[in-house]
Design a protein around this ligand. Structure first.
Ligand SMILES: [Zn+2]
Length: 266
């Protein structure tokens, strides 16, 4: 399937990616921040919980049936809708029959508890099961294998490599240029990659580049031997169209823009 094509979700797809939100750094009308639904190998995983994505998630699945939630890092534009999920699961009647595993950097549960003014995270025990990520962390749900690889951001951050049925999706999370991206995207059928910044002058914290330019996304896709590139998390100084064109020129392979509502076979 071409990178630019869209497909309706079909249970026969070995692995599919549904785009819930792509915006950076704040949501807009019809445009939540980072979030995706990954389906394959008998599992459904909500990947990143940017503001607005819990609402979109409900268009595509029953959140109480999620196999897992996977959070790349704890910046609010990737994690704030965990609060929405807590309200749904704890108070809204969307109660999962078993606590939903949440793979996230350490301290995620304590952040939620602190925001809600709770003395500790014990109130989450019945609905969410927090499992801290670490470099090369793996988890398996059904026949879906999830591997976390450390990437370069200004907080603890991971990219995701998801595999089932011989198909591989790689997701950059938020990152600057780093070797982890090459391992993450090596031979991936679809590389979902951020292109947050316009130039080298922005996206730096303490001298370290913590986001990718479109050219970086394209170059890493090429070097990693990814088959297709899907550009996401485009920041306010770029348009998704311009970022995708620049990434495509650097990649030299099939490149598309991630759009809310897209369902793509990996
Ligand atoms: Zn971030």
């Amino acid at each position: 399937m071409r990178a630019g094509s869209r497909a309706a979700y079909a249970p026969g797809m070995s692995l599919s990616l549904t785009v819930l939100g792509t915006a950076s750094p704040h949501p807009g009308p019809g445009r939540p921040c980072s979030g995706y639904l990954l389906r394959g190998g008998g599992a459904e995983v909500w990947v990143d919980a940017g503001p607005g994505t819990f609402a979109e998630l409900q268009r595509h699945t029953d959140p109480a049936r999620l196999s897992a939630i996977w959070i790349s890092h704890l910046h609010a534009d990737h994690s704030a809708d965990l609060l929405a999920a807590v309200y749904a699961f704890a108070y809204g009647g969307l109660t999962p029959h078993a606590p939903v595993p949440v793979y996230a950097p350490d301290g995620c549960a304590q952040r939620i508890a602190a925001f809600l003014g709770r003395p500790d995270a014990a109130f989450l025990d019945g609905i969410l099961d927090f499992r801290p990520l670490h470099p090369a962390h793996t988890a398996r749900h059904g026949d879906l294998l999830l591997t976390a690889l450390a990437v370069q951001h200004d907080v603890e951050a991971y990219g995701l490599r998801a595999e089932t049925g011989g198909r591989v999706l790689a997701y950059s999370g938020d990152t600057g240029p780093c070797d982890g991206l090459l391992h993450l995207a090596a031979g991936a059928d679809l590389f979902l990659c951020e292109a947050d910044i316009d130039g080298h002058h922005d996206g730096h914290r303490e001298g370290e580049q913590v986001h990718l330019r479109p050219e970086d996304a394209g170059a890493f896709a090429r070097q990693a031997g990814a088959r297709r590139l899907l550009v996401t998390h485009v920041g306010p100084t770029l348009t998704p169209e311009a970022a995708t064109a620049r990434a495509a020129a650097a990649f030299g392979g099939p490149t598309a823009t991630a759009r809310e509502g897209d369902v793509r076979a990996v």
